[in-house]
Design a protein around this ligand. Structure first.
Ligand code: NAP
Length: 338
């Protein structure tokens, strides 16, 4: 089988296609013939050497796939053979074949292409955990979605609409029309102006009840300031530090330096809450994650979950796929097809 290997820290030239022996499923596992694999911002950060959770290099990245069940290990339900599925993978997803525990697969909704199905797990589970679970977004509340035009951002917008929240989103200006068409109430250009001042103007100085922030560093401080009383801040990334080589390392140091400290007395007196999310650290909570996935897939059937694939790149153009995301060209998801 062919796999996408991140051979070292560096630019897109470190990404190579390599041949490896086909894997075989062990007890409780299934073998999936991959039709599409999700590309995530974490894969870019891992290549840049800025993602502490990445496996040691050389490594195969990839948290999610869609495909067909081609083999079964001992003790697995025989009716799964040949089924179209979507699966979470603990790395290694960017391969022609993957082996996963049968608890990590979910039936692919017929209405979705394989590319669309591969766009679901990471983006929608992250957004669901941030908004519906930890952020507890209520009808009529206001939410600020940073990077609203990205994969997680668009997923968060679908979920916020479903929860009848008022939606504000930051994004590059070229993405605003698309975001409005998807139902975003207020698009904020955060590349050319102070987004906090713009948000406060739009909310008559009140702010919002929930901010989800993958930018990190000094943005977390501003996002906290954007909270109305009873507001919550969900922190889940440091995309602001993304860059190759020394610039990335310096970006990380700058982000760490600008990261705010939240004191319990400050939270208490201001009626604010802060939380963090790392989906990749929830493997020991499979039942919870599986339940969220069931709600999301039900949402596909009911029409309120609408995964948007911007572009599908063949495996051998993985470098171009990384470059596309790094240049902020994508609106929604980028997937890789074997
Ligand atoms: N903690 C978790 O469990 C978890 C799970 C999934 C994702 N994440 C994080 O969430 C963030 C978004 O992920 P995603 O998969 O939605 O990514 P994505 O689809 O690539 O979207 C990211 C968007 O962020 C903006 N951006 C901000 N800084 C950027 C930079 N330095 N380089 C490139 N783009 C930048 C761009 O939008 P504009 O053009 O509008 O600026 C870009 O389109 C990432 O930080 C990722 O690590 C965390």
């Amino acid at each position: 089988m062919r796999q996408i290997v991140t051979t070292a820290n560096g630019g897109v030239e470190v990404l190579k296609i390599e041949q490896r022996p086909d894997p075989t499923p062990g007890p409780g596992e299934v073998l999936i013939r991959v039709k599409a694999a999700g590309l995530n911002f974490a894969d870019i950060l891992a290549r840049q050497g800025l993602y502490p959770d990445a496996p040691k290099k050389p490594c195969v990245m990839g948290y999610e796939v869609s495909g067909l069940v081609e083999g079964l290990g001992e003790g697995v339900d025989q009716t799964l053979l040949g089924k179209a599925v979507v699966a979470l993978t603990r790395f290694g997803g960017q391969s022609e074949l993957v082996v996963v525990n049968s608890e990590q697969i979910f039936e692919k909704p017929d209405s979705l292409s394989f590319e669309q199905a591969a766009a679901i797990p990471v983006n929608y589970l992250t957004a669901y955990a941030l908004l519906a679970v930890m952020g507890s977004l209520q009808p009529g509340e206001a939410v600020l979605i940073h990077n609203a035009g990205g994969g997680v951002g668009l997923a968060a917008l679908d979920i916020a609409k479903r929860l009848s929240a008022k939606t504000y989103g930051t994004a590059s200006p070229g993405k605003h029309d698309f975001l409005r068409q998807r139902g975003l109430d207020h698009a904020i250009d955060y590349r050319n102006q102070d987004w906090l001042a713009a948000l406060l103007k739009l909310t008559d100085g009140r702010g919002v009840e929930l901010v989800i922030d993958p930018l990190g560093g000094g943005h977390w401080k501003k996002s906290y300031q954007a909270l109305r009383a009873t507001g919550r801040l969900g922190m889940f990334g440091i995309s602001t530090a993304s860059a190759n080589g020394l610039r990335g390392k310096l970006g990380l140091v700058k982000a760490a330096w600008e990261t705010p400290w939240f004191h319990p007395f400050g939270l208490l007196s201001k009626n604010k809450g802060v939380f963090g999310l790392n989906l990749g650290h929830l493997w020991h909570e499979r039942e919870k994650v599986a339940e969220w996935m069931r709600v999301i897939l039900e949402g596909v059937r009911d029409g309120w979950i609408r995964p948007h694939v911007d572009k599908a790149f063949p495996f051998d153009q993985v470098g171009a796929a990384h470059a596309y995301m790094e240049a902020r060209k994508n609106i929604g998801k980028v997937v890789l097809v074997p």
